[in-house]
Ligand binder design. Structure first.
Ligand code: BT5
Length: 264
C-alpha cells in the first residue's frame, strides 16, 4: 500500500509530531533532510518520511538497506531543553515507543538491544539513529531516525544481512499496513517524549529494561577498536550501559555494539 500523507496528517491527534510532515518517494537519507530542516529553523515535531532511501544511514558510516514499497524510513526533529549529554535519553525513549508498537504485532517477542536495535526472534527488525546539533552547551536539535522492516521479504534482504535481519511480514506471515503502523508509532513517541520532558527518565528506563534481555547477562561492547567485557547491570541516567568488569570495576559505556556472550 502506498503512502497517503493527508490520511496520516488527519489521523494524528498528538499536538506536535507530524506538524509539518514532508514526504519523498525517494531521498538520500531522511536523517540528512531532517538535519537540513533543523538548521533552517524547522519546528519541533517536523517529520520526514521516505518510501525509499539511496543512502540510508546507520551508525559509523554504515548503510541502512532502504528499498521502496515495503518499509518505514522516517526522521523526527526534537528541540529538547536539556543538556547535550542527556540527548541519548531520546533514543532510549524512542526504543521503548517502537518496541511497544511492534509488540502489538508480535506479542512477547520484541526485544531491545542497547543502544539502538529492536529485535524480533533475535534478528534486527528496526534501527534507530539519533543525531544531535549543539551550540555552546545546549542542544539546538536532535534528529531521531527510525527504519523499520515492515513488509520486506527474506529474498529482498541483501545476502549479507539475511541471517541477522527480519521484517514484520517475515515473522507474522502477513502483510502489515504501514500507514496504521506509522500513525500509532508517532502517537506513542509523542507520549513517551512528553513523559521524558515532564516527569524525567525513570519510568522510561524501567520500561526499556523490561524489553532488554541483555541486563544481568555477560556482554561485550565493541566501540571502534576498544572492547569492554563484563556483566550488564543496567542503564545510567544518560542512557549509557553500566557494566561490571573483572579488572576495571563498574564502567559506563556510551557508544558501541553490544552482544550477549553465549556461555559454552
Ligand atoms: C542502525 O545503525 O541500526 C540505525 C539505522 C537507522 C536507519 C534509519 S532509516 C530512517 C533514518 N534515515 C537514515 O538515513 N537512517 C535512519 P547500526 O546499528 O549501525 O546498524 C547498521 C547495520 O544494520 C548494517 O551495517 C547492517 O549490518 C544492518 N542493516 C542494514 N540495513 C538493514 C535493514 N534494513 N534491516 C536490518 N538490518 C540492517
Amino acid at each position: 500500500m502506498s503512502w497517503n500523507l493527508e490520511v496520516i496528517e488527519k489521523s494524528l491527534v498528538n499536538e506536535f509530531i507530524g506538524r509539518p510532515l514532508y514526504y519523498y518517494p525517494e531521498i538520500g537519507s531522511t536523517n540528512d533532510e531532517a538535519f537540513r530542516l533543523g538548521i533552517a529553523g524547522a519546528p519541533e515535531g517536523t517529520v520526514v518520511i521516505a518510501d525509499s532511501q539511496t543512502k540510508g544511514k546507520g551508525r559509523l558510516q554504515r548503510l541502512w538497506h532502504s528499498p521502496p514499497g515495503s518499509n518505514i524510513y522516517t526522521s523526527i526533529l526534537f528541540r529538547p531543553n536539556f543538556a547535550p549529554d542527556q540527548a541519548p535519553r531520546i533514543s532510549i525513549a524512542a526504543g521503548v515507543a517502537v518496541a511497544e508498537i511492534l509488540s502489538q504485532y508480535c506479542p512477547g517477542l520484541v526485544q531491545l538491544k542497547w543502544p539502538n536495535d529492536v529485535l524480533l526472534n533475535n534478528k534486527k527488525l528496526c534501527g534507530i539513529l539519533a543525531q544531535i546539533k549543539t551550540s555552546a552547551n545546549s542542544i539546538d536539535f536532535v534528529v531521531l531516525g527510525i527504519g523499520i522492516n515492515v513488509n520486506i521479504d527474506y529474498n529482498q534482504l541483501p545476502c549479507e544481512i539475511q541471517s541477522i535481519a527480519t521484517s514484520l511480514a517475515i515473522e507474522t506471515g502477513r502483510e502489515i499496513g504501514r500507514m496504521e503502523l506509522i500513525i500509532s508509532l508517532y502517537e506513542n513517541i509523542a507520549k513517551w517524549y512528553k513523559e521524558l520532558m515532564q516527569s524525567g527518565f525513570d519510568t522510561i528506563k524501567g520500561k526499556w529494561l523490561n524489553f532488554a534481555p541483555m541486563i544481568s547477562q555477560n556482554v561485550q561492547v565493541m566501540f571502534r577498536d576498544e572492547l569492554v567485557r563484563g556483566k550488564a547491570l543496567g542503564l545510567d541516567d544518560d542512557g549509557s550501559l553500566i557494566i561490571s568488569t573483572v579488572n576495571n570495576g563498574t564502567v559506563k559505556v556510551s557508544a558501541g555494539d553490544a552482544t550477549i556472550i553465549k556461555e559454552s
